[in-house]
Ligand binder design. Structure first.
Ligand SMILES: Cc1cc2nc3c(=O)[nH]c(=O)nc-3n(C[C@H](O)[C@H](O)[C@H](O)COP(=O)(O)OP(=O)(O)OC[C@H]3O[C@@H](n4cnc5c(N)ncnc54)[C@H](O)[C@@H]3O)c2cc1C
Length: 380
């Protein structure tokens, strides 16, 4: 059975306190304005939450996947933006830990050690979302720089990031078979600019940005890993983020269920609290059941990922896909429990419903997860 360690319990309690006192009170406003909340980021940085995935010498605890999931789930109950920031940071720190050389690790981690640095991950392009192999952005070696050309899209935090882990083709013939490379792009890189920022349905505190590369000059020292190994780097990152994004769905939906339970006890219809009607009781029971099942699957996948168990990719896709579907279904049920009030912006369940929808697509859609699962099942 999965049990939290003493350290994880303490971290969870700290996050919960921050969530109640500082994050949840800002969540509705962040959603309304749809701008990146620098104050939220400062709170997470000052309390060491953003630094958790960093090695100890850079102010972190080298948080494993399970610990990151515990943090993200707890944050997501209160504030989707906060949980997304930790997802992104966790994944990108792990990528650089795994694929970066000593100099890259030192400069990347130093920049994040005070909790005031932001990173982004940019794989998707207008014509290459699920179909990564249709990527068009190129990187051509020219002396001691790579010249990058192309357009990326939907990069979460792209426009506010100090560094972006960005993927481009160094060999247009090989494509996914050794033609993709990973780069650390500094925001001040000549030839790099930010394009449009999407107007999103949910998760509105985290900008989804278009990135424009016009002969962007990236020094060769910023090639992450070996040339041609970018796909493995990207997949390694996505595997982790599938779990932190999945657990975000669970946290958001748990927040909605908690609110719906409180509401059902207070709201009176036909002379008694609606919690007294079996129709509402069964709905709440189903919501809790789906969440517990999803949580068990997800933490099993996280445990396996931390312990290097074989076949974790299939389990990770199952956990993400199931959690995302449960997240949408539970938050929609929360809206229904509140009746017409659930549809109004004044009540925090409609926001959670919208936020949970964005998680259906991040780190791969349900169809792509099902393809991964079946590939794993059918493999010799
Ligand atoms: C809120 C948000 C944040 C994001 N953040 C990032 C980010 O930080 N960095 C980044 O790189 N990307 C990011 N993305 C992009 C995300 O990874 C893509 O949206 C996702 O991979 C799907 O790609 P697409 O949108 O191009 O859809 P498409 O690939 O065009 O898919 C359209 C539909 O076709 C289905 N489909 C496609 N191929 C198949 C198939 N073989 N079999 C069955 N069905 C199929 C899909 O499941 C989907 O239903 C973000 C997206 C969102 C919504």
């Amino acid at each position: 059975m999965f049990e939290l360690t003493e350290e994880q319990r303490m971290i969870k309690e700290t996050v919960r306190r921050l969530g109640i006192e500082k994050l949840e009170p800002r969540a509705a406003e962040v959603d309304r304005v749809g701008e990146f909340p620098w104050d939220i980021m400062r709170i997470l940085g000052e309390n060491g939450i953003l630094q958790l995935p960093l090695p100890e010498e850079y102010g972190g605890i080298n948080a494993d996947t399970t610990t990151l999931c515990v943090v993200v789930e707890e944050l997501a109950k209160f504030c989707t933006t906060s949980s997304t920031l930790v997802c992104i940071q966790g994944s990108n720190v792990k990528v650089v830990s795994r694929s970066g050389n000593d100099e890259q690790k030192d400069s990347f981690f130093k920049r994040l050690s005070k909790g005031d640095g932001i990173t982004s991950f940019s794989l998707s392009e207008p014509g290459a979302g699920s179909d990564v192999g249709s990527m068009k952005t190129t990187a051509v070696r020219d002396g001691d720089v790579y010249l990058l050309n192309g357009r990326k899209c939907f990069a979460s935090c792209g426009e506010v990031a100090d560094f972006i882990l960005l993927f481009a083709l160094t060999d247009q013939e090989k494509k996914l078979r050794g033609g993709v490379s990973a780069f650390i792009l500094d925001k001040d890189t000549p030839g790099f600019s930010i394009g449009r920022s999407e107007d999103k349905m949910g998760g509105r505190g985290v900008p989804a940005s278009e990135l424009i590369l016009e002969d962007a000059r990236i020094p060769i020292e910023n090639l992450l890993g070996e040339e041609g190994e970018g796909l493995e780097t990207a997949l390694g990152a996505i595997n982790l983020t599938r779990l932190t994004v999945g657990v975000q769905s669970i946290g958001i939906a748990q927040g909605a269920l908690d609110y719906a339970i409180g509401y059902a006890k207070e709201r009176v219809a036909f002379g008694k609290p609606i919690a007294g009607f079996q129709g509402i009781q069964f709905k709440l029971a189903d919501m809790a059941m789906q969440l517990e099942a999803s949580r068990s699957l997800l933490y099993r996948a996280a445990y396996n990922a931390d312990n290097g168990a074989p076949g974790v990719e299939g389990l990770t896709s199952m956990a993400k896909c199931f959690a995302a579907d449960v997240g949408v279904s539970v938050t929609l049920d929360a809206v229904k429990v509140l009746g017409g009030y659930g549809y109004m912006r004044e009540y925090p369940v409609e926001r959670r419903f919208r936020d949970s929808i964005s998680l259906l697509f991040m780190e791969g859609t349900g169809e792509i997860q099902r393809l991964n699962i079946s590939r794993f099942l059918l493999k010799e």
